[in-house]
Ligand binder design. Structure first.
Ligand SMILES: Cc1cc2nc3c(=O)[nH]c(=O)nc-3n(C[C@H](O)[C@H](O)[C@H](O)COP(=O)(O)OP(=O)(O)OC[C@H]3O[C@@H](n4cnc5c(N)ncnc54)[C@H](O)[C@@H]3O)c2cc1C
Length: 590
């Protein structure tokens, strides 16, 4: 029986390597599903990228490809069997998202359809609504869009102005939505509106309803193939039964589907990062300058290694959270909950981790694709090669599904809220650290055990977060939620420590499975990543120190921060060279 941590508890509890899910745990069935997905994407979708991106000329191309994807089960993977779905487990969904992430604009259309487009029906629909819409959404004959954002309410989504008024047997909607993905072709729209001025509520609106009109396609920086439009609602009359969920509970629908959306966004950007590395390695081997392949240059090798290391960390953290969500779903189902209900609760439980992953994954992809453009040199700037469009397409991921600023604040805010509600005990461990600051540090005898220092460092680094979060809570009390600069740095510390721990645990599990020798590359990546994560944790912590303490306390906390983020001097440059040389020799990242 696994002794799993609850959401946000990674800060105070340490999981064992054997308890976490890693991508190498993939079973045969999942492997077959992945081969089918990758086959479809690489043969039917990715070769059409240029055509797809000329969205105005080919508006029917993405809907047509989505229909084909529906026939293969790619749109119904997570739906229950009674609505024509495949009811795969959550880890299989994660593999699917990762693979989908290689397909640029197509992935955005599919993710919006299967995620924010379909999930409101699955989780909050009445039985009639589920029977009416889910089979079509699953087989691709119906396409969905989610209409939350308005011109004056983006991050502040609950300030939406669209109104819904009950007139006899109908709801009448008036207002306008903006940035609606799949707006150009969706058949069904989940529309959020205010009832009686302040009861935020969700409704289902079908495309052919009089009064619903769709604006021009937005001209965007990237994901040019994805349809993004304004949606206007002018006296749109819909039957009373088109209320989705309860009046005044629309925020639950809006935000709960976003937890899963954020998680899946991370899996998708990780797929995109892997593809970016793969094409970069191949190009670096092909391209010759000064009479040799550019992959033989140390400067290029360091880039390839850094791209691989950050992606390995993203992958480790993503599948760890996937496993936690899957385990939670299984335990809730065994207690009698339906699968969709269990999934919703599980995603909410790990909402802190989902928000952290969204930030880390999207920022990793931006780093990776930027380096890919650099490796391609001038050709990276040319539309003839895929990296230019991948570079543009990556940028949106830091903006939608909640901007990265909002997600950073959300993650820290939720951990603090859980602590205040007594769901996780932060204060106890934070107080202990105060005592530890006064103690003489233990001397490390430098154990020989593989990954000993890495394991120790991540456990210690958690103390640096507890120390600073505790000091911030003590100084600002309830005002802390308005101290954004502090929350941002705490969120960064959480990200570095969570991803570093996930990387160490995955590599440890791999060593347990197949030994040290066959995991040399993973061990080297882990050492480099932990080194990097500890340095960054220290820096974020240092920014906070002077805000939170002064005089003797400042000196003592600085010493504590240094001690808690300590990692032995490591030959990262030569370890990275080794990592890069393996990829360069294999001529692939996969
Ligand atoms: C291509 C694309 C597709 C989209 N698809 C959909 C869709 O299908 N459905 C849908 O409903 N929406 C969609 N959106 C909207 C998207 O979710 C919003 O753009 C996003 O939530 C940010 O809102 P905003 O653009 O109004 O920016 P703003 O909220 O105005 O934010 C501007 C800046 O201010 C920062 N900021 C805002 N509030 C705070 C705060 N309290 N504290 C600190 N910083 C803050 C933000 O982080 C950001 O940096 C899409 C957007 C794009 C660009």
């Amino acid at each position: 029986m696994k002794n799993n941590i609850q959401g946000g508890e990674f800060l105070i509890k340490n999981q064992e390597a054997l308890e976490i899910y890693i991508p190498e745990d993939m079973n045969e069935e999942q492997g077959m599903f992945r081969s089918m997905t990758m086959d479809f994407l690489s043969k039917e979708v990715n070769p059409l990228r240029e055509k797809i991106d000329k969205q105005k000329e080919n508006p029917d191309l993405i809907p047509k490809l989505m229909y084909e994807a529906g026939k293969l089960g790619m749109l119904s993977a997570s739906l229950p069997e009674e609505y024509g779905g495949m009811a795969v487990d959550f880890n299989t969904e994660t593999f699917l998202s990762e693979d989908l992430g290689t397909s640029q604009s197509f992935s955005v259309a599919v993710a919006a359809h299967t995620g924010i487009g379909t999930l409101p029906f699955l989780y909050y629909g009445t039985e009639e609504q589920k029977k009416k819409y889910l089979p079509g959404l699953g087989d691709g004959s119906l396409k969905a869009a989610y209409c939350l954002t308005e011109p004056n309410s983006g991050s502040d989504a609950l300030a939406a102005k669209t109104k819904a008024v009950l007139e006899g047997e109908n709801w009448v909607l008036n207002g306008g939505k903006m940035w609606i993905t799949n707006g150009g072709f969706a058949d069904i729209f989940t529309v959020f509106a205010q009832v009686d001025g302040d009861k935020f509520t969700a409704f289902v609106v079908e495309r052919d309803t009089p009064g619903l009109t769709i604006g021009q396609e937005e001209v965007k920086l990237g994901i040019k193939g994805s349809s993004t439009c304004q949606v206007f609602l002018e006296h749109v009359k819909i039957p009373k039964e088109n209320l989705l969920g309860e009046i005044g509970k629309g925020h639950k629908i809006a935000f709960n589907v976003l937890n899963i959306g954020r998680f899946k966004l991370c899996a998708m950007v990780m797929g995109a990062s892997k593809r970016s590395i793969d094409i970069s390695v191949k190009y670096a081997n092909e391209r010759h300058q000064f009479g040799v392949p550019i992959s033989s240059f140390g400067a290029i090798q360091q880039k390839i290694a850094d791209m691989a290391i950050h992606t390995y960390a993203t992958e480790s953290a993503t599948y760890r959270v996937s496993g936690l969500i899957q385990d939670k779903i299984s335990s809730l189902v065994s207690e009698g909950k339906s699968k969709p209900e269990a999934k919703l609760i599980a995603a909410e439980e790990y909402s802190v981790e989902c928000a952290l992953l969204k930030v880390f994954g999207s920022e990793t992809l931006d780093f990776v694709i930027d380096e890919a453009v650099q490796i391609f040199g001038g050709t990276g700037y040319s539309e003839e090669y895929p990296v230019a469009s991948m570079y543009r397409d990556a940028r949106i991921n830091r903006i939608f599904e909640g901007t990265n600023e909002i997600n950073r604040m959300l993650a820290v805010g939720q951990i603090l809220k859980k602590a205040m509600k007594g769901r996780i005990d932060l204060m106890g461990p934070a107080m202990k650290i105060q005592d530890e600051l006064m103690e003489i540090p233990e001397f490390d005898d430098g154990q020989d055990e593989i990954l000993y220092h890495e394991k120790k460092s991540v456990i210690q680094a958690k103390k640096s977060i507890l120390m600073l979060a505790g000091a911030a809570a003590k100084k600002y009390m309830l005002e802390l939620e308005n101290k954004q600069e502090i929350l941002m740095n705490l969120a960064d510390m959480l990200i570095h420590v969570f991803t570093a721990e996930s990387t160490v645990l995955r590599t440890e599990k791999l060593i347990n499975k197949s030994g040290v020798e066959s995991n040399e590359m993973q061990i080297n990546m882990t050492k480099c990543y932990v080194n990097d994560a500890m340095e960054k944790t220290y820096l974020s912590g240092k920014h906070l120190l002077s805000e939170l303490a002064e005089d003797d306390m400042l000196v003592m906390m600085h010493m504590g921060l240094k001690r808690f983020t300590k990692y032995p001097i490591t030959s990262t440059l030569s370890l990275k060279k080794k990592v890069a040389s393996i990829l360069i020799e294999k001529d692939t990242f996969y």
